[in-house]
Each structure stands twice: as C-alpha cells, then as structure tokens.
Design a protein around this ligand. Structure first.
Ligand SMILES: Nc1nc2c(c(=O)[nH]1)N[C@H]1C(S)=C(S)[C@@H](COP(=O)(O)O)O[C@H]1N2
Ligand SMILES: [Mo]
Length: 383
C-alpha cells in the first residue's frame, strides 16, 4: 500500500473517537431531550393525570410542541448514525463487561442504543402510518422513552470526564500523533464528519418541518400529509376507512346531547338553525403535521345550554364509528367553556366534507388532532 493510501486510512480511523463522538453526542442528546419533553406533553394531554394542566391558549401551542417532537426525532436519526460510527469499534471492545463500573457503562450503552433505535424507528414508521408490528405503538413508544432517558442520564454521568476532556480539546487537536501529514489529513476528516452530521441533521429536519411550518412546505419530502386533502385540510382517517359513510350520510341522522339527566337530539338542520360561531383553529396531528382552517358551527357551550344549564364537568364525545381506537374523546372543562370550541358544521366556507367529519365534528383550541372527534353521534357531560 502506498504511503498516501496509508495516511488516508489512518485519517478515517482517527476521525473516529471522543472528539467527534462528544460533539455529535451533545447535539444528539439535546435532540433526544427535546423529543422526550415534547413527547411527555403529548402523552399528558391524551392521558391526563389529575395534576395535569394544559391550556386552551395559545391555540397553536400543541402544533408547535408536537411539530417539535417529530422534527427533533427525525433530526436525531442522522446524528445517531454518525455517533454510532464514531464509537463503533469501541462498542465491541473486550472484555464486554469487566469491572462493575465498566459493566454499568456497557449496560447503559446497550440500553441507550437499543431504546433509541427503537424510539426513532417506531416514531418514523408511525408518521408514515406503517405499523409492521404487533404492539400498541403509543404505549410501547412511551414506555421505551423512559428507558432511553434513564440510560442517557447514566451514560452522561459515567462519561462526563471523557466528554469534558474531549470537548476541551479542539477538533483538530494533534494529541498522540507525530506525523504532520497524517495530522493534516485527520483534521480535515474530523471537521468533514462533523459538517456532514450537521448538514444531514438539518436536511432531515427540513424534510419534515414542512408538514407543520407553512413556508417550508415545498421542502417536506418526508411529510406524507402536508396540505393536500379536501377543503385544504389533510385527512388522517377517511370516512371509508372508518366505515361510517352510510351512517354519516343518513338523512335521519340525529346528534344526541346529554347534560345531567336531560337528553336531546338534534338534526343537522336544527344545529344549523342555532347561532353560528367561527374560529380559526389548527388540526395538529400527533404525527407532526398540522394545518389551520376556518371552522364554523355551534359553540359547544351554547349547544349544552340549549339542553340544560351546564354547571361544569368534562365532556365526552362519541363518534358514529363502530370500532376504532379514536372513536371517542374527553374534553376537559377548560376547553368546554372556551368560546372557540365548536361543533363544526363547515370548514373554510364549505359544508364539512365527509372525510372531515360530516355531519358534524368537534374542533377545540390547542388539542391533539386525535382528540378532535369526527362524525359525532353523542355528546355527554361527565363529571
Ligand atoms: N371518529 C374519529 N375521529 C377522528 C379520528 C378517527 O380516527 N376517528 N382521527 C383523528 C385524528 S388522528 C386526526 S389528526 C384528526 C384529523 O382530522 P381531519 O381528517 O379532518 O384533518 O381527526 C381525528 N378525529
Ligand atoms: Mo392524528
């Protein structure tokens, strides 16, 4: 092998190591932490413990937190790949376990790598709505997040001295190398790796950001539902997929509203005859895409008041769907009393499309899309 080829092989080898690993690690750790926190928020809204509090204002907050969740997760994928590349030979160093401290370090890395790969890959497949597995995605994705965060904390604590030392050295430090030529090639190489990591992370972020940031829509190659759909709003589950077409189109359709002991039924025309209100609110899907629209219909408060005076409590929504895990939802009192919470009958100036929830749907401010129940059959105050 020529001397030059030797130097080049060395440069690739020496670009691996703590200088690159710690710098990429900081970016990766930050992305994972943001992803974890925004994921907890989304989980909290969907499964609120008694202490949990999520406001109705500003209406775009969930859109931002969930968009951030998906963008940070996708950004973490190239960072994880570069990070694994930078430490790759060391992952298999012998002894595999050794002293208790080393066993802890190795164990935490195994859990960290495994759980992070699990989180990022299941998350990515979920935004593509592809479920090649048997477990229930939200539960598994939520549980594994704690494993990843715990392992990340242990990993950081154990590696802190190494990280500090590596960060203290400039990227192009020449520690341990005498040959000036090898050094020169190596410097370029480490920088190049870090630049490549940054560029690919930015490209990944851009590829999904368009599904929630309107002016980036052109770049959203990784965004399956970014602005297409009837009436300018993407559709997650169509009426056909939900199997509600016939019941939703039935001219005898009635919406049941129950407040306390009182119960009343409304035809769509009766709903249209009630005072109509408007609100500009986004549908913000847990998958990260979001879109704002002008909704109009009956204010939920007003509708409840027609039945019986509402004295507080959460409200439960049932859909015409026979099955499906998203056929119902519960709306906290804070959102029930909000002026912008509507039983929507139209969107963007047109009668609600069948796929957007005709005859009527719930639309409330600052809520995950999954809780904006379509094809309503029953609305009931629960306490
Ligand atoms: N009944 C019912 N409502 C539903 C769903 C569903 O599967 N069934 N999907 C929800 C999800 S996940 C989202 S993101 C929004 C999307 O509303 P859109 O299809 O009108 O954009 O509807 C929500 N409402
Ligand atoms: Mo959704």
């Amino acid at each position: 092998m020529s001397e030059q080829a030797n130097a080049e092989t060395d440069s690739v080898h020496t670009a691996r190591g703590p200088e690159v690993a710690s710098r990429v690690g900081i970016a990766l750790g930050t992305a994972l932490l943001i992803c974890f926190v925004t994921g907890l928020i989304s989980h909290g809204i969907q499964h609120p413990p008694s202490w949990f509090w999520w406001p109705a204002n500003p209406v775009w907050l969930y859109r931002v937190t969930q968009g951030t969740h998906v963008i940070s997760g996708v950004t973490a994928i190239p960072l994880l790949l570069v990070k694994l590349w930078a430490v790759y030979p060391r992952l298999f160093e012998r002894p595999l376990l050794g002293s208790p401290m080393r066993a802890l370090e190795r164990g935490s890395i195994a859990v960290l790598v495994g759980s992070t790969i699990f989180e990022l890959s299941t998350g990515l497949l979920n935004i593509a709505q592809y479920y090649p597995w048997k477990f229930f995605f939200p539960t598994a994705h939520y549980a594994m997040a704690y494993a990843a965060l715990g392992a990340l904390a242990v990993h950081l604590a154990v590696k802190l001295p190494v990280i500090r030392e590596a960060l203290g050295r400039p990227v192009n430090s020449n520690a341990g190398l005498a040959d000036a030529d090898i050094m020169a090639t190596r410097h370029v190489s480490r920088r190049a790796i870090l630049t490549a990591a940054g560029v690919s992370a930015a490209a990944a972020a851009l590829a999904v950001a368009g599904q929630t940031v309107p002016f980036l829509r052109w770049a959203a190659v990784l965004a399956p539902r970014s602005g297409h759909g009837p009436q300018g709003v993407p559709v997650n589950r169509s009426a056909a997929a939900a199997g509600v077409g016939d019941r939703a189109r039935d001219p005898g359709y009635l919406l049941t509203v129950a407040v306390g002991e009182r119960r009343r039924q409304f035809s769509r025309d009766e709903l249209l005859a009630l005072p109509q209100a408007r609100a500009r609110l986004p549908i913000a899907c847990v998958e990260g895409w979001s879109a704002s629209a002008d909704w109009s219909g009956v204010r939920l408060r007003d509708l409840l008041a027609v039945v019986e005076s509402y004295s507080g409590g959460d409200v439960r929504f049932e859909s015409l769907e026979g099955g499906g895990i998203y056929r119902n939802s519960v709306l906290p009192q804070r959102h029930v009393v909000d002026d912008r919470t509507l039983i929507a009958l139209s969107v963007n100036g047109e009668t609600l499309d069948l796929d957007h929830g005709y005859p009527c749907r719930l639309i409330a401010p600052n809520r995950p899309g999954v809780l904006q129940t379509k094809w309503l059959s029953t609305i009931e105050v629960v306490t």
